[in-house]
Design a binder for this molecule. Structure first.
Ligand SMILES: [Zn+2]
Length: 286
């Protein structure tokens, strides 16, 4: 009986070790090919919708989501936008900003990355659509990532008058220490045309979007804040706080042509309803 007991224990231990190593392999080995993960990086309750659509919906409420993304390419990784700060998760009732937004973080980005086996410190590139507080909240999770930003955005955010552009340096204080690559146009991140930062000015001085060509899913443009929700996209409305209204309209029109020419779909990062139909991590698109 003693021998049988020992054998049984060895058997169980072997099974356990095999199961654990399989699990570890699954979590740490990067997927082959191009993958796009979508994260919920917070929610924003808007208390006066007319901020986004001047003259319409004064006092109306609308809930927005705040998306961020991880692109995994055979040549490296790119985090696209950094959402609201993880520290906000400790305040479930949320925080009110500028009397107009109630911001919440239902689940930290750090925990969402951990779930898919990525340590934030290992991420190679951090593309920020623009420097508003709801896109830089977790930039401090990625201290080694190279910032990929348009030169105008960098100069506005790190120059003498960031508040003039609606930027609060306290929300991105650690980004001073990141390596930076400033851009003056579109930028092909991994050199094969699959992941391209698109210069799309207007919302802020150096606003940009991310174009991803996925072999199975198709071509996707991650909007940044080119537009905040579908109704504004359809009607080409410009929020009152945009940096340059004329440029914003021009960029939206050009983007519409770009999407048609490339059979691409627009994923609007703040659109709660559209995001409800998009798979979020740990699922991914390839
Ligand atoms: Zn935003």
């Amino acid at each position: 009986m003693q021998n049988h007991g020992n054998l049984f224990r060895i058997f169980l231990t072997t099974i356990l070790v095999l199961a654990l190593s399989a699990c570890a392999t699954e979590r740490t080995a990067p997927p082959s090919g191009l993958h796009l993960y979508v994260f919920n990086c917070g929610t924003i309750d808007v208390l006066d919708l007319s901020v986004f659509q001047p003259g319409i919906g004064k006092g109306d409420h609308k809930k927005l989501t705040d998306s961020c993304y991880l692109v995994v390419h055979p040549k490296g990784t790119l985090m696209w936008d950094a959402g609201l700060p993880d520290a906000l998760a400790q305040t479930p009732e949320g925080k009110t900003m500028m009397d107009t937004f109630v911001i919440k973080m239902p689940k930290t980005l750090a925990s969402q990355l951990k779930e898919i086996g990525y340590a934030p410190e290992s991420i190679k590139n951090l593309g920020i659509s623009h420097m508003h507080f709801d896109h830089v909240g977790n930039a401090d999770l990625f201290p080694h990532a190279t910032l990929l930003m348009q030169k105008e955005e960098y100069d506005a955010a790190f120059g003498p008058e960031p508040a003039k552009y609606g930027f609060d340096p306290a929300t991105y204080s650690t980004m001073h220490s990141n390596p930076v690559k400033t851009l003056e146009g579109d930028y092909d991140v991994f050199g094969d045309g699959a992941v391209v930062i698109k210069r799309m000015l207007g919302h802020t001085p150096g606003h940009q979007a991310l174009y991803v060509k996925l072999p199975k899913t198709g071509n996707i443009l991650l909007s940044g804040d080119l537009v905040h929700y579908t109704d504004n996209w359809v009607n080409k409305r410009v929020p009152s706080f945009n940096f340059d209204k004329e440029q914003s309209i021009k960029t939206m029109e050009e983007t519409e042509q770009f999407l048609k020419a490339n059979h691409a779909v627009l994923w609007i990062q703040h659109d709660l309803e559209q995001n409800a139909g998009i798979k979020h991590a740990p699922a991914y698109y390839d």
